[in-house]
Design a protein around this ligand. Sequence first.
Ligand code: AMP
Length: 243
Amino acid sequence: MGVEKVPKYDIPVKKVEYVFIELEKMKPHEQLVQKELEAFIKSVTGSGIFWKPMLLAKVPGEDMYLIVDGHHRWAGLMKLGAKKAPSVILDYFSDDVKVYTWYPAFKGDLDRVLKRLKKEGLTVEECENAEELAENEEIAFALVGKDKAFKIPGGLKEQKIVSKVLDEMSVEGEIELIYYGLKEDAKEDMDKGEIDYVFIRKAPSKEEVMEPVKKGEVFSPKTTRHVLPFIPDKIDVKLEDLF
Ligand code: AMP
């Protein structure tokens, strides 16, 4: 898993009301990262305390909730055999909830990355206006460097392959993987020589986040970056009370 570069926002911590929601009624919208799942399980079983409430949104027309934040907490609790989790239900479609995306970027050898992407069946072609195509959702990703840009045609499926390749190459130590919350920050770091390339895609809309969930599909890890007007304060719930 790569490092995160989170934009600096001044978001206040707020004491929140939470309710207990059955894990079976929660639907993920992103794939999991094994390392994060293990880290959560180790933490929660070690302390016996569950301190970070899940953030959920009601799925319109269903008795189900979209997991906005908490994919690894959800999967971890399920794995431990728990039944429910303290959750904050958001008014998802209100203007208070914003959805952005993460931009994966790497420092490393471009040719090696291209070779791996191609080996996984992806097409990567040099293309001057790749970024524009990505922002118009006409391709899966634009791969943008200082002097060169490439397009990777496709959609959700191809984005998942890119995520998988980057995750693997980062674990193998072939690249340094960094996820940027803002592409401007990535470009600034590229100018400074801190990264070599950034993958750009359009953030999904809230409707687009809900859509695959209804069909039981998921996005690749770190496709969505949700921002709320507050950060929920820590809670103090015993793990044993979740069974
Ligand atoms: P996710 O559920 O996808 O947000 O990822 C796992 C999250 O679990 C991380 O954000 C951690 O901050 C959080 N976490 C770690 N230990 C605990 C714990 N004991 N109780 C609740 N959340 C935790």
